[in-house]
Write a protein that binds this ligand. Structure first.
Ligand SMILES: Cc1cc2nc3c(=O)[nH]c(=O)nc-3n(C[C@H](O)[C@H](O)[C@H](O)COP(=O)(O)O)c2cc1C
Length: 310
């Protein structure tokens, strides 16, 4: 998620779960090929398994980016065919590409040819008038034939004209049944459900029908949900870390990053919602948002304002 799943957010997620697969923010081919790749591609080894999400529609540029990603050590590539932003549409990136299945298939094939790593596609249920099950089925058929082994579907269509990106994440209704139908039609495809997933119950229910789930906003709004995934979903009997243990580990990371010159302000945001829904959560959030900036010993302040929860 743009401006959310930066490397610091992902590091917090990895503390919360050893198993979940982490995705970067979308990186356009233009940014990767024409600006400084090292800055955009940097991550911590602990983040694996880690997928780089690319935005683009030029097969040759995407294959160059895939090679860069492979050299940088990413575990897989994901192509964004779901973002409805008009800025993105004007560069022929994102959800507008659902109208061009053959072009997306060419992009997938070019990346598969260039690298030896999985290539997935994240798309929508449909866009504008191209909103039928048959269109989605045809789209998936073409990209799977081109070598796409994993598809993530945000289970709501996007209205490219008329709705803002934010509205496109809430207004068109979710249609999970359509995604379940696609999984039935492609039983060997790794198919991941995305959209509106908020609880462990939601996850378990979807996993009865599809191969995986992707959680977006809830990982940001209620990050402690992710602390339960290893134990309840991967069923490993993994110990669920307390919030306090999570914070201690994240503080160690903050100290290490600060020693390399990273400013604290870039690293506190992922912590803001860690006490979502529990007593003291608002005070914690307010302290981190308002008081850290001018505090003489901000890390000490963080440690001492941890709410006591059960
Ligand atoms: C702030 C924000 C930024 C996002 N950026 C991206 C992005 O870069 N790439 C992408 O595929 N989806 C992006 N999304 C969409 C989410 O990945 C997800 O598909 C959508 O929010 C629905 O899932 P959710 O209900 O679990 O959040 C973004 C969503 C938000 C809220």
């Amino acid at each position: 998620m743009m401006d959310v799943t930066d490397r610091h957010f992902r590091y917090l997620m990895r503390i919360l779960s050893h198993r979940v697969v982490l995705y970067t923010e979308m990186l356009t081919t233009g940014a990767l090929l024409h600006n400084c790749p090292t800055r955009f591609l940097a991550y911590d080894e602990a983040e694996h398994p880690l997928v780089l999400q690319l935005g683009g529609s030029n097969p040759s540029e995407l294959s160059k980016c895939a090679i860069i990603a492979q050299k940088a050590g990413y575990d897989a590539i994901n192509l964004n065919v779901g973002c409805p932003s008009s800025r993105v549409q004007s560069g022929a990136i994102g959800a507008c590409l659902m109208a061009e299945p053959s072009l997306v298939a060419d992009c997938v094939a070019a990346m598969k040819e260039a690298v030896d790593m999985p290539v997935s596609v994240k798309c929508r249920n449909g866009i504008d008038e191209l909103d039928s099950y048959e269109h989605l089925h045809g789209f998936i058929t073409e990209i799977v034939a081109a070598g796409c082994s994993h598809v993530i579907i945000h289970a709501r269509k996007a209205w490219l004209k008329g709705l803002s990106p934010k509205q496109n994440r809430d207004i068109p209704p979710l249609d999970y049944q359509r995604v379940y139908r696609i999984q039935q039609a492609f039983p060997d495809l790794t198919l991941t459900m995305n959209g509106g997933i908020k609880t462990l119950g939601d996850i378990t229910e979807h996993l009865r029908h599809v191969s995986g789930v992707m959680i977006g906003r809830e990982a940001c709004n209620n990050p402690y949900l992710i602390a339960h995934i290893d134990h309840y979903i991967y069923a490993e009997g993994a110990v669920i870390k307390t919030r306090s243990e999570v914070i201690q580990k994240y503080l160690a990371y903050i100290r290490q990053q600060m020693s390399q010159g990273v400013a604290l302000k870039h690293m506190t945001r992922p912590l803001l919602n860690l006490f979502h829904g529990v007593t003291g959560g608002k005070h914690w959030r307010r302290t981190l948002s308002d008081e850290l900036r001018n505090h003489a010993d901000p890390l000490n302040l963080i440690e001492h304002c941890i709410p006591h929860t059960l």
